[in-house]
Design a protein around this ligand. Structure first.
Ligand SMILES: NC(=O)c1ccc[n+]([C@@H]2O[C@H](COP(=O)([O-])OP(=O)(O)OC[C@H]3O[C@@H](n4cnc5c(N)ncnc54)[C@H](OP(=O)(O)O)[C@@H]3O)[C@@H](O)[C@H]2O)c1
Length: 328
């Protein structure tokens, strides 16, 4: 069942009234204003990335965020509780919100969970994503989808958009299926391949650096791979890329950072930036830990196409320093 948890419900009727008046008496003003005040639907608002998107964009857009098992609230955004795997509720969501654009981040995002729960995870990762693309096509609105660097096997990095996909786990397979199905139903979809992301946590979903910082500060050992490479970005940078994609991209785009780095090197950099010089980092290799989902060694994404469109990630040191200065 779909349920609106409207956090600025009291202000909303006034807003709509004002909007109607402006539209009636100042159509030119409204046309310009509408450009920046787009009604944006963000799926997965309780999640790490969705939360960051809602908080960044609520300043100049009317934001609707969906949640499912975690009914969090976001001040200044409208929150709707909905199971996106229920097609009737999904249709109702589009009809009631009438979004001007959609960023679809909701997913079963843990590869180990997907490996062990293939059928359940497929419903949200593949079926719901395909249905969202279909509805965006019906409503003729832009749609950005958050896919992953794990569509590749990690043996031939850096990967460009046109390189053949070859996932090594179920999560990656499901994202490939979602990409294909979404583009089939709506070729205008911006399929954004996201990389490892870090940043400010949502109330219920953290990024990996929060765990790392807890362990470092608690004097515990932090075991990190020296042989697993990514080109990470902060959530803030990822959000910038998603908005560029929403406006300028039809088809696949890679939104990776400017530095290829191992998890161990990233941990060392974080330790340095936070001044936690006593923190114990232990070098691990992928073969030292067996996980349900196999992991590709190096899925660095060549993101030159996005850089030419204006996507401009900072250095990792600068990204981490920004987060440190705001919160740590
Ligand atoms: N984080 C990364 O480093 C990374 C890297 C590459 C790609 N990605 C992709 O980026 C996207 C965002 O990742 P994330 O880390 O922000 O994920 P996350 O924190 O795990 O959040 C997942 C979101 O999906 C929602 N959701 C799950 N099943 C749902 C359902 N049946 N109906 C409605 N909502 C549902 C969750 O809602 P509730 O919690 O309320 O149930 C939550 O808001 C995902 O598509 C992920 O695959 C992430």
């Amino acid at each position: 069942m779909m349920e609106f948890i409207v956090t600025f419900s009291k202000r909303e009727p006034q807003r709509t009234q004002r909007r109607n008046l402006k539209e009636k008496y100042f159509p030119a003003y409204f046309a310009v204003k509408l450009n920046i005040m787009k009604r944006l639907l963000v799926t997965g608002a309780s999640g790490f990335l969705g939360w960051n998107i809602c908080n960044t964009s609520k300043k100049d857009r009317e934001v609707y965020g969906t949640v499912f098992s975690h009914p969090v609230e976001i001040d200044g955004a409208n929150i709707v509780r909905v199971d996106l795997t229920d097609f009737n509720d999904l249709k109702k969501l589009f009809n009631e919100v009438r979004p001007d654009a959609v960023i679809h981040t909701a997913a079963a995002s843990d590869p180990n969970y997907c490996q062990k729960n293939k059928d359940v995870s497929r419903k949200i990762n593949v079926d719901a994503s395909a249905n969202i693309a279909g509805l965006c096509s019906d409503h003729k609105i832009p749609c950005a989808f958050t896919s992953t660097d794990l569509v590749f096997d990690g043996l031939n990095a850096p990967y460009r958009e046109g390189d053949p996909v070859c996932p090594v786990n179920i999560y990656g397979e499901q994202k490939v299926l979602a990409e294909q199905e979404m583009l089939k139903r709506y070729p205008d979809t911006a399929v954004c391949r996201m990389v490892l992301m870090f940043g400010l946590p949502s109330p219920v979903s953290e990024s990996f650096i929060q765990t790392w910082i807890r362990l470092m500060r608690g004097g515990k050992e932090l075991r990190l791979f020296v042989d697993e490479f990514r080109n990470p970005v902060s959530a803030e940078t990822a959000v910038q890329g998603l908005f560029i994609a929403l406006e300028k991209v039809k088809g696949i785009i890679h939104l990776g950072g400017i530095e290829r780095i191992s998890r161990y090197e990233l941990g060392s950099l974080l330790r340095n930036v936070l001044g936690l010089h006593e923190a114990k980092l232990i070098q691990y290799r992928q073969r030292d830990i067996v996980m349900a989902a196999p992991r590709p060694p190096d899925v660095t994404l060549d993101s030159a196409k996005a850089y030419t469109l204006g996507f401009s990630p900072l250095s990792l040191r600068d990204e981490l320093q920004k987060i440190r200065d705001m919160f740590y």
